[in-house]
Each structure stands twice: as structure tokens, then as C-alpha cells.
Ligand binder design. Structure first.
Ligand SMILES: C[S@@+](CC[C@H](N)C(=O)[O-])C[C@H]1O[C@@H](n2cnc3c(N)ncnc32)[C@H](O)[C@@H]1O
Length: 302
């Protein structure tokens, strides 16, 4: 079992260095760009010959996929969209479908696995001391790993994402994980707007999870900029958990924020200046060589 809780045949960081990382996603070994691996040197250069697929950036974030090695011939466009999807499991809790995307994403940020474990523990801790279900809000919920982690242990989850494609993929993940009938509200909405409306409606949550991108768009093209909108969103999260706060989890991959910046914003917005109980730290992926690759920042309460 790897540190985040994936079994090695499901997900494994094999090696990194020279600005790239080599990962196993089920049967496929993939070589992709990784800015945090820029200054590292590879520990196991021979492993890189095992890569089946390689992604290279062309302009900005977009790039092209290339099949390097495969038992059977596969014909797909360089943007990866015609590549057949496959799935991997997170322990026996849920499954995630993976696809090649034109920006090099697959539908999973593996560093989140440690957070899924923590979310499950938090929901179970809260559920033990109350009759009613634990209510969790997941913002920028993407393909739903955190939603499924919370739902797998009985939380009632509200899943917010601005993109219909992300919501459809998350629903498919829930269905194939046996969580199709779990209590999950799937809502396509802009995160800040949803929180403002939810507060007006008087709804409260015990747990909030948020993984905001640096830049995003709402369904009506509303612009999300982390530098401008994160603080007001965290303030709303503070108010939405004001009556019965059980946990809050913020993750971030933007190079513009240090862990100290994020912890300070989180503490100020949610607790006022006292900041009790918020802790920030770097997220890392641990390679099978034992080396750690930086993978953004997490702030958790408690
Ligand atoms: C999970 S975040 C990506 C975080 C990732 N770690 C990164 O830094 O790129 C991406 C998700 O947020 C959604 N999203 C972007 N802007 C949004 C907004 N303003 N409101 C709600 N969801 C948004 C996208 O549709 C996508 O599914």
C-alpha cells in the first residue's frame, strides 16, 4: 500500500526528475510534465523505458499525447480524447474513471488520497456523536474523489462544480462505485455564488472541502481568480459552518500562495484573528524510491 492509501497496482509514483514524473495508473505507466520536479534528478532512469504514454506541452497548458509502448495498437488523436477510458480503485471504497485530457490531466489528483482518508475519519468521528447524518459541502468538486470518500462513510454531500463534464464524470464514478443511491446533491453552479445563496437560505454544513484552481469559470462564464475570490469564499465557508463546525479542508496548487499565506487566510476568514486549530502543510507524493515530490498545500481544521 502506498502512503496515500492506494494499492501499488492502482496508483504509484514510480520516479520523477528533470521536470517530469513517471506514474502508474492501473495498467498504464505515464510520463508527464511536473514543474515541481524541475530541479530533481531521476533516481531510477531505467524505469522510464517502461512508460506506455507520454504527454508533452505544446502551447500554454495544452499539449499532445503519444503512445510509446502498447500490447495492442490503439488509434487516438493527439489530444487524447479518443483514448479508451479505464478505472482505478481507492482501496475498496470507490472507483475513479480515468481519461486522457488535452491539458495532461487524467481525472485524479493522487495527492488527494491522504485527504480522502482524513475526510472519512472526520465524518466517522462526527457521526459517532449524533443521530442525524453529517452534512458535507464539496466545492470545485471535479471528478468527485472527496465527495465519494465522504459519501462512502454515510455523509450527506452537496457536490458543486461549474462544469457539466466534471459533474457527469463524478456521477459516473459514484455509479460504478456502488454509491449511485448515496445522498449526494449534484449541483452545477459557481462556488462563490452557491455559498452566498446557501447562506441566505439558512443552510449550514458540518464539513466543507474546497480545492480551488488558480483561475476558473462559473457556468455563466463568471470569472474565478484565487487571488481575488479565495478570501471572501473562505469567509462564507466560516459562516456556513458557524453553528456546528466539524471540519474544513482547503487544498491548493497555485504557486502564488505559500503555506503560511494560505494558513493565515484560512484562519482569518474562518476563525477571525485568533486562528485556533488551522494547520497548513505541503502535500507530497512519495515515489517508490522514497523521494518526495511537492504537490501543493493543504490546510485542515481540526
Ligand atoms: C478541482 S479544481 C482543480 C484543482 C486542481 N488542483 C488545479 O489546481 O488545477 C477544478 C474544478 O473546479 C471547477 N471550477 C472552476 N472554477 C469554478 C467555479 N468558479 N465554481 C465552481 N467550480 C469551478 C472546474 O470545473 C473543475 O472541475
Amino acid at each position: 500500500m502506498t502512503v496515500g492509501g492506494f494499492q501499488a497496482q492502482q496508483y504509484q509514483l514510480l520516479d520523477f526528475g528533470g521536470g517530469r514524473k513517471l506514474e502508474r495508473f492501473g495498467d498504464w505507466i505515464i510520463d508527464r510534465p511536473s514543474p515541481p520536479a524541475e530541479k530533481a534528478s531521476r533516481s531510477a532512469p531505467e524505469l522510464w523505458e517502461q512508460a506506455h504514454l507520454r504527454f508533452d506541452r505544446k502551447d500554454g497548458l495544452k499539449g499532445k499525447w503519444k503512445l510509446i509502448k502498447s500490447d495492442k495498437p490503439l488509434d487516438f488523436g493527439e489530444n487524447g480524447e479518443d483514448f479508451p477510458s479505464w478505472s482505478i480503485s481507492y482501496q475498496d471504497h470507490f472507483q475513479l474513471h480515468l481519461n486522457l485530457s488535452p491539458v495532461g490531466h487524467l481525472g485524479l489528483f493522487a495527492e488527494q488520497a491522504e485527504n480522502w482518508h482524513w475526510i472519512m475519519q472526520q465524518v466517522q468521528r462526527l457521526a459517532k456523536r449524533q443521530q442525524e447524518p453529517v452534512k458535507v459541502l464539496n466545492l470545485f468538486a471535479y471528478t468527485g474523489g472527496s465527495t465519494l470518500a465522504a459519501a462512502a462513510v454515510g455523509a450527506h454531500v452537496t457536490h458543486i462544480d461549474s462544469a457539466a463534464t466534471s459533474i457527469n464524470r463524478a456521477r459516473a464514478n459514484a455509479d460504478s462505485s456502488g454509491l449511485g443511491n448515496a445522498s449526494i446533491r449534484w449541483i452545477q453552479e459557481e462556488a462563490l455564488l452557491f455559498c452566498q445563496r446557501e447562506l441566505k437560505r439558512g443552510n449550514q454544513y458540518q464539513g466543507i472541502i474546497l480545492d480551488p484552481p488558480s483561475y476558473g469559470r462559473g457556468p455563466k462564464n463568471q470569472v474565478w481568480k484565487i487571488g481575488k475570490h479565495l478570501l471572501p469564499l473562505l469567509e462564507l465557508c466560516g459562516e456556513l459552518t458557524g453553528q456546528k463546525r466539524g471540519f474544513v479542508l482547503l487544498t491548493n496548487h497555485s504557486p502564488d500562495f505559500s503555506s503560511a499565506d494560505l494558513e493565515a487566510s484560512f484562519a482569518d476568514a474562518i476563525f477571525g484573528s485568533c486562528g485556533a486549530g488551522a494547520r497548513a502543510r505541503r502535500m507530497t507524493l512519495i515515489a517508490q524510491t522514497g523521494q518526495r515530490l511537492d504537490a501543493g498545500c493543504v490546510v485542515r481544521f481540526p
